[in-house]
Design a protein around this ligand. Structure first.
Ligand code: GAL
Length: 651
C-alpha cells in the first residue's frame, strides 16, 4: 500500500525542498509523481535539455527514502515550440486554432509535435533509466481523444478510413452515403466533422462514429510512441497513465493495452465506487490513484472543504475497490498560475495543518493493515459491460433526451452497491464465464458475434439483463433491418413491438408482484415470444402492455428491461434477482454506506465505508475478525461520520 503525493519542486525555491521532503517522510509518504508539466524547464530551448534541477530534487527525496514516478511533460508544450511551429496547435470545428495560454495546445496527429514529443521522452528516459529513485513513468497527462480538425487530421482520417474500408466504394456502401447525395468519388472529398450548414452533429452518424474511433486511435498511437521509447530505455520501470475518471472520449481499453497498470485521478464529490470499478475493469487488475483530492477543488472559486475524515474514507473506498496506491494531488497549493485555488495538502503558507495530519494518520493506518491487503484484489459475482463505441453511438444520437449509456450503468451500479453486491465493469469481449449475472446496458451497436457470445453464456448457465435500445444498429452505425433487439431477440424471448421516446415525460411500471415504480426516458413496448411478463406499463396508450420480461434459455436466464426507472426500482428489482440467482447481498444497508471486499489466498478483507456526515449502524453479512481490535465482530457495527472499518472474513 503506497501513500504518495504529486510534487512540483519547480514551483518552489530550492531551499524549501528539504523541508518538503522531511514533512513528506514524517507523514509516511513514500512516492512522489513529478515533472508532468515541466517541459519549459526540462527543455528551455530546442534540444537543450536541463535535468540538473530535477536530479537535485530527486536526490533530496531519495535521501528521505522517497521514490519517484516521472511524467512525460507533453500536455503543456513550451512557448518556444508553439512560436516556432504554430501548426502544432489544435484546430476546432470552425477550423480555427486553439491558442497557447493554458495547456493541451497540441494536435496529437501533428508530425512535428510528435517529433518533439519523442525527443523529450527519449531524453528523459535515457537520463533517468538507471536513476535509483525513479520507479516508473506516467505518459502525458489525462489523455483525451484528439478531437482536432486540422489538415493533418483530415489526411490522417482519410488514411485511417482507407485502411479500414479498403476502397471508396466500400466506404460509400458502409456509410450509406447515398443519403443527401454524399457519395464520395475521391478520398480528398471525405470531410472531418467540420461545422456543416446544419450544425456539427448533422453529419452522417457513420462518419461521426468513425471519427470518434479515429480520434481515440490517434491518442492511443501518440501514447504508444512514448511507451516504446520508455520501454527501450527503461526496461525496469513501470509505465502507467493517469486516466480522467469517467471521461469517455478515448477507448480506455485500447489506451491501457501498452501499460503495466492503470492509474486515475479521483476528485470525488459523491461516491467514486463506479469510476474505481471502471478503472479496475480496464486491465482487470488493481490500479493506482495518481491524483487523489486532498482539499478544496477549483481554479477560480473553491468547492466546500473536505470534512474531517473525508480524505480517509475516500482513500479507503479507493483501496476497497482495488487501489494499491493513493497519491494525493498536490503537495502544496501553488502561488501562481491557473490552479492557485486547487488546494494541496499544505496551504500556500506551507504549514502542516489538519489535512496533513489526517493524511499522515491514514498512511500509518494503511501501513499497519498492509499485511492484510497486500496481494488481494476485488472479485465480484456481477459484471456490467462497458464499451466505448456503444457510449459514442448514444452520444452521437441519444435517441431521447436524457438517454445515455452512462445513465444505465450508473443506475445498475448504484442498485447493486445499495444491496452490498460488488460489481466488475468489463469490456464486451471480456471472458464472462465466472459471472453469475451480466448487465448489458444498451448494446446499440450489435453484431452477430457479440450476440452469439451472450447467447452461449446464457445457454451455459449465465444470466443477463438486457436493456432498451439494444440491437438498433450494426457496428457501422447503420440501423439494422429486423425487429428489436435484433440478434438478441432469441435470448430475450421477446421483441419490441413499439417504442416511446419519453424524454422528460413519465410513466410507471407495475411488477407482477404488485410493486409500482416511476419510469422515464424510454419505454419499449414488448411482445413475449417465449418469455414471461415481469412488469407492465401503468399509464398512457400502452397501459397493461409488457415493460419487463424474463426468459429461461438453456441453463440460464435473460431479463429484458424496456425502460429506465427511479432508483428505488433498481434496489428492489436487483435484490429479487440476486435472491433468485443465489448472489449474496447485504440487507438494510443505509444509503451512503458501502461494503466492498478484496480477496486473496489468506481470505478476504471487508472494507465498510460511511460516505455520509451522519453516524450509522450496519449489520455485517457474516461474523468478521477485526485485525485492529484483535476480536471477533458478531454484533452490528457503529460507524462514525465518514467512518471506516476494515475486517477480515474467511469467504
Ligand atoms: C487534474 C489534472 C491535474 C490538475 C488537477 C486539478 O485533472 O491532471 O494536472 O490540473 O486536475 O485541476
Amino acid at each position: 500500500m503506497i501513500v504518495g503525493v504529486d510534487y512540483y519542486p519547480e514551483h518552489w525555491e530550492e531551499e524549501r525542498w528539504p523541508v518538503d521532503a522531511d514533512l513528506m517522510a514524517e507523514a509516511g509518504i513514500t512516492v512522489v509523481r513529478m515533472a508532468e508539466f515541466a517541459w519549459s524547464r526540462l527543455e528551455p530551448a530546442e534540444g537543450r535539455f536541463e535535468f540538473a534541477w530535477l536530479d537535485r530534487a530527486l536526490d533530496v527525496l531519495a535521501s528521505r527514502g522517497i521514490q519517484a514516478v516521472l511524467g512525460t511533460p507533453t500536455a503543456a508544450p513550451p512557448a518556444w515550440l508553439v512560436e516556432k511551429h504554430r501548426d502544432i496547435l489544435p484546430v476546432d470545428e470552425l477550423r480555427q486554432p486553439r491558442e497557447f495560454g493554458a495547456r493541451l495546445h497540441r494536435c496529437l496527429a501533428n508530425p512535428t509535435f510528435r517529433r518533439y514529443s519523442r525527443a523529450i521522452t527519449a531524453a528523459m528516459a535515457a537520463h533517468y533509466a538507471s536513476h535509483p529513485t525513479v520507479i516508473g513513468w506516467q505518459t502525458d497527462n489525462e489523455l483525451t481523444a484528439n478531437r482536432c480538425y486540422c489538415d493533418h487530421c483530415a489526411q490522417a482520417f482519410r488514411a485511417w478510413l482507407e485502411q479500414r474500408y479498403g476502397s471508396l466504394d466500400a466506404l460509400n456502401a458502409a456509410w450509406g452515403t447515398v443519403f443527401w447525395s454524399q457519395d464520395y468519388s475521391a478520398w480528398s472529398q471525405v470531410p472531418l466533422p467540420w461545422r456543416t450548414a446544419c450544425g456539427a452533429m448533422a453529419h452522417n452518424p457513420s462518419l461521426l462514429l468513425d471519427y470518434d474511433r479515429f480520434a481515440s486511435d490517434t491518442a492511443v498511437a501518440f501514447q504508444r510512441e512514448q511507451i516504446e521509447l520508455l520501454r527501450e530505455h527503461c526496461p525496469n520501470h513501470f509505465v502507467t497513465h493517469n486516466y480522467m475518471g469517467l471521461h469517455d472520449s478515448v477507448d480506455y481499453y485500447a489506451l491501457a493495452a501498452d501499460l503495466d497498470f492503470v492509474s486515475w485521478d479521483n476528485y470525488p464529490t459523491a461516491s467514486a465506487a463506479l469510476p474505481h470499478d471502471v478503472m479496475r475493469g480496464i486491465l482487470r487488475k488493481n490500479f493506482w490513484v495518481m491524483e487523489q483530492r486532498c482539499g478544496h477543488t477549483g481554479w477560480n472559486q473553491m468547492s466546500p472543504a473536505p470534512r474531517p475524515g473525508q480524505l480517509r474514507v475516500w482513500a479507503w473506498q479507493a483501496v476497497a475497490h482495488g487501489a494499491d496506491a493513493v497519491v494525493f494531488f498536490r503537495w502544496r497549493s501553488c502561488r501562481s498560475g491557473t490552479e492557485q485555488f486547487w488546494q494541496g495538502i499544505l496551504n500556500h503558507d506551507g504549514q502542516p495543518g489538519r489535512r496533513y495530519r489526517e493524511i499522515a494518520a491514514l498512511a500509518e493506518e494503511l501501513k499497519a493493515l498492509a499485511p492484510e491487503l497486500d496481494g488481494t484484489t476485488p472479485r465480484n459475482p456481477v459484471a456490467i459491460l462497458y464499451a466505448y463505441d456503444q457510449i459514442w453511438a448514444l452520444q452521437i444520437q441519444p435517441n431521447a433526451p436524457g438517454l445515455s449509456y452512462r445513465r444505465f450503468v450508473e443506475k445498475y451500479h448504484n442498485g447493486f452497491t445499495r444491496n452490498g453486491i460488488g460489481v466488475d465493469v468489463v469490456a464486451t469481449d471480456a471472458d464472462l464465464a465466472g459471472y453469475r449475472l451480466v448487465v448489458c446496458p444498451p448494446l446499440t451497436l450489435l453484431d452477430e458475434a457479440l450476440a452469439a457470445r451472450i447467447e452461449r453464456y446464457v445457454a451455459d448457465g449465465g444470466n443477463v439483463l438486457l436493456s432498451a435500445r439494444t440491437g438498433v444498429k450494426d457496428e457501422r452505425n447503420i440501423a439494422r433491418a429486423e425487429p428489436l433487439p435484433g440478434p438478441l431477440a432469441r435470448v430475450a424471448g421477446a421483441v419490441v413491438d413499439e417504442y416511446d421516446a419519453l424524454g422528460e415525460g413519465t410513466n410507471a411500471i407495475e411488477l407482477v408482484t404488485g410493486a409500482r415504480f416511476k419510469a422515464s426516458t424510454w419505454c419499449d413496448i414488448l411482445r413475449e415470444d417465449g418469455a414471461e411478463v415481469v412488469a407492465r406499463y401503468v399509464g398512457d396508450y400502452y397501459a397493461g402492455r409488457t415493460a419487463i420480461t424474463r426468459h429461461a434459455l438453456g441453463k440460464g436466464k435473460a431479463w429484458y428491461v424496456g425502460t429506465l426507472a427511479e432508483p428505488r426500482f433498481y434496489l428492489h428489482f436487483l435484490r429479487a434477482i440476486a435472491d433468485e440467482l443465489g448472489i449474496p447481498r447485504v440487507t438494510g444497508l443505509p444509503s451512503g454506506i458501502e461494503i466492498a471486499a478484496r480477496h486473496g489466498n489468506r481470505g478476504s478483507v471487508l472494507v465498510v465505508t460511511n460516505l455520509t456526515a451522519a453516524p450509522h449502524e450496519v449489520e455485517l453479512p457474516m461474523p468478521c475478525w477485526d485485525p485492529v481490535a484483535e476480536a471477533m465482530v458478531t454484533e452490528p457495527i457503529a460507524l462514525d461520520p465518514y467512518g471506516v472499518r476494515v475486517l477480515r472474513t474467511k469467504g
